[in-house]
Ligand binder design. Sequence first.
Ligand SMILES: Nc1ncnc2c1ncn2[C@@H]1O[C@H](COP(=O)(O)OP(=O)(O)OP(=O)(O)O)[C@@H](O)[C@H]1O
Ligand SMILES: [Mg+2]
Length: 356
Amino acid sequence: MVFLFYSLSLQHIRIRNFRCLGDVSLDLDPNVNLFFGDNGSGKTSFLESIYFLGRGRSFRTRQARKLIKYGEKGFSIFSSIYKSRSDSSLGASFSEEGIRRQIDGNVKIKPLEMALFLPVYVLDPNSQFLIEGGPTTRRQFLDLGVFHVEPDYLVYWKEYRRVLSQRNAAIKRKENFKIWNEAYIAAGEKVNQSRKKYIKGIINQIDKIDEGLIKKKIGISYHQGWDDNISFEEAVDLSEKKDVMMGVSSLGPHRADLMIQLDSRNTKEVISRGQQKLITIGLVLAQVMSLPKEKQKYSLLLIDDLAAELDIGTLERIFLLLETITSQIFITGLSKHFLPIKNQKYPMFHMEQGII
Ligand SMILES: Nc1ncnc2c1ncn2[C@@H]1O[C@H](COP(=O)(O)OP(=O)(O)OP(=O)(O)O)[C@@H](O)[C@H]1O
Ligand SMILES: [Mg+2]
């Protein structure tokens, strides 16, 4: 992997009182960082702290106070950052006063600004909900992906959610809900078009990596939330009676889903745990790879317990793929030899009881 001048990477990170991490201070590699340690040593907590820095929340809990080290009053994460040849810094903390974020010392930072500044992608055991979970998980995957490629998407998405809830309220109150149709159709079309465009990019990437990853064909198709052969306007028109009967807007982008197949078989049918994990890895890697080249260099990829459930050959192939990605990557595993890498190119950090 080559060092890229026009890129973003965390150079140094300082974590205070985040879960079991009392005081961690680390210099990081701009490309790949490997962490190993026994169960409960703090590997996931470390990734979680980086995720918190970018997203302002955890991927394990919605309650930030649960992230505070037992017996302490707050936590903080601070990172000096190398960004396009210049130095920058990013911080997030949580205490009784709530969450505070800062970029380059500026403390009036909104969560969205943070998310755009530091796009973080994560692969952990929960990511398998993408396959075995309900449509909401897949819509979130889709929406987050579109947002990072097309930041304005959030405006359409919020508008759609707003109009949808007004329209639903009107249906419930048995009022004239049709007055909302024009705005509902316009916002719904925008959300749908952006998602469709995005999913095309994901399919392109999946087509390039599925053979190498799983030696089978991963198929993805997008179901827009109504009959794929008609426009949203027609669908809204046709579903009026059903909407009244059900007391809710029964069709639309809020009902969209992704169908994921392996060699033309639905992945909800029998596939092995390892295959499930590989498809999930494929989806998240495709998401990172489909970012415009510039943005890929500005994102982080966190992979928790990569080696679990995967054979050596598969791990080797995944690692080759990872080396083509320009994001800064953090990978955890149980033992020093969790990855089949011959020459130790990348730093390997040992974790023990919250100490690195
Ligand atoms: N708020 C907290 N304060 C202090 N310790 C905590 C807090 N929340 C969790 N822990 C502890 O932190 C330890 C590390 O957990 P973590 O999930 O990071 O370990 P891990 O290295 O990922 O383990 P595994 O290999 O089993 O996945 C656990 O013993 C957990 O009980
Ligand atoms: Mg863990």
